[in-house]
Design a protein around this ligand. Structure first.
Ligand SMILES: C[S@@+](CC[C@H](N)C(=O)[O-])C[C@H]1O[C@@H](n2cnc3c(N)ncnc32)[C@H](O)[C@@H]1O
Length: 335
């Protein structure tokens, strides 16, 4: 079957790459059929349970559907595709749509689909047996049957201001989760954040079943991370108060590193020059990350990528505009 990932478009590449990394982490075999900023379409025989597990991990996807068809926004074509892609299972149906187009009218599209699909099925918007999802973009219509919805409000509820330990340095949980997913970490594998701050990355990794190790130079951050991880009932964690230079005294070989380096404004470097701290960070992370393991690292500037390339292969880099004068870079390195 073809699976449709309805991407959130919060970034031009991160949502698609997060979904692909999750497929790898969950060992789902697939072939990529199509991808753009709106969707990722893959061919896969993954069981529904597996797809639901992936939906529980993802943060930058809205829905995962079984794709019935995609075509242009022409009503004639939509009608033909719908007639050619009948649904044989019994039960009631609801047709829900999202119109992302600035100029396409959704109503005639939904009416065309309803004429075909509700001919022999009762409509039930409250508790349907089948939920049809229609995604309308400027050029295409994607029609599928919902398999799983990503519960994105849970990330809003875990924002740092609602956790037991607050500091403005923390990443949004949606972004922290996407970075964890990019590392392809599997359940029961070990993930290290050696600049853990409030523990936001550790929390997102712990919630998907990874063992987590966090360290930070500041004792108050370690105490705060502990409060947060305990509050969410995580058990498989270890926290260490340490300068990055001493991390290999405590940690042997981890499966993945996900971290957000200090950038010297609201997050202190303890007076150390940014370049020197970045060099020490890359050096020490490369000593504790297993061979071929991935390190997802938040950096202040593009020139820091060059330092990282002395120790790792750079696989990818995502620019994230925090505000007008601050752009962060999230790089994917492999050891
Ligand atoms: C950008 S913050 C991390 C924020 C974190 N991702 C979160 O969600 O809260 C960087 C952290 O690095 C820590 N730090 C600064 N210099 C360090 C060093 N030399 N070794 C270890 N940690 C250090 C700071 O105390 C700070 O908590």
């Amino acid at each position: 079957m073809n699976l449709l990932f309805e991407l959130s478009k919060e970034h031009n590449a991160l949502p698609r790459d997060e979904a692909i990394s999750c497929l790898k982490a969950e060992e789902v075999f697939y072939n990529k059929v199509a991808s753009n900023e709106d969707v990722l379409v893959i061919k896969s025989d993954a069981a529904h349970d597996k797809i639901k597990r992936i939906a529980e991990r993802l943060s930058f996807t809205f829905f995962i559907d079984e794709l019935l068809f995609s075509c242009s926004t022409s009503l004639k074509e939509i009608n033909k595709c719908a007639e050619d892609n009948a649904i044989y299972s019994k039960g009631s149906i609801a047709i829900n749509y999202k119109n992302r187009s600035t100029y396409t009218d959704s109503q005639p599209i939904v009416k065309t689909l309803a004429e075909v699909y509700t001919k022999d099925k009762p409509v039930d918007f409250n508790n349907p047996d089948l939920e049809m999802r229609v995604l309308i973009t400027d050029t295409n219509v994607y029609v599928g049957l919902k398999i799983a919805e990503v519960q994105r409000n849970k990330f809003e509820k875990r924002k740092v201001q609602y956790r037991p330990f607050f500091s403005p340095i923390s990443l949004h949980p949606k972004l922290a989760r996407a970075l964890v997913n990019l590392s392809c970490i599997k359940r029961n594998e070990t993930l290290l954040d050696p600049f853990c701050g409030t523990g936001g990355i550790l929390l997102e990794a712990g919630l998907i079943g990874a063992r987590v190790i966090g360290s930070d130079i500041e004792e108050k951050m370690i105490e705060g991370s502990k409060k947060t991880l305990d509050f969410y009932n995580l058990k498989n964690y270890k926290l260490i108060c340490s300068d990055i230079g001493k991390i290999n005294n405590y940690v042997n070989s981890v499966d993945a590193v996900v971290t957000d380096l200090p950038y010297g404004k609201s997050t202190t470097t303890k007076g150390e020059n940014i370049k020197s701290l970045h060099t020490r960070a890359f050096q020490n992370i490369s000593q504790v990350l297993k061979k071929n393991g991935l390190a997802i690292i938040g950096l202040l500037g593009k020139d820091m990528l060059t330092i990282g390339e002395k120790y790792f292969s750079l696989l990818n880099n995502y620019e994230h505009k925090v505000h007008r004068s601050l752009t962060r870079y999230f790089a994917v390195f492999q050891r």
